[in-house]
Unconditional design. Sequence first.
Length: 94
Amino acid sequence: MYKAEYHPRVKKDLKKIDPQICKKIRATHIPKLLNNPEIGQELTGDLHGTLSYYFIISKQQFRVAYIVDNSKKICFIQMIAKRENFYNLLKKRI
C-alpha cells in the first residue's frame, strides 16, 4: 500500500464538497487509490506525468489528480474536485 501526501490546497478542495461525500471519498476512494495507484489514467499535454482517477457519488463526477513515486511508494495528491473546470484549475495549481 502506498502512502498519501497532499498538496496544501487539498483541504480547501474538500471544504467545497458536501461533508457526507467527503467521508465517502476518504473512506472508500482514497484507500482504493492507495492500494492500486495505477488505477488512474495518465493525462496528456501540459499535465503529462499526472494521473487522474474519477468516480461518481450522488450522480456527480469527481476527480482526483495525483503523481505516483514508485520508488518511495508515495501518491502525491494534487487536487480533489468535481469534474467541472477540473483540468483548468489543475493547470493553474501545477
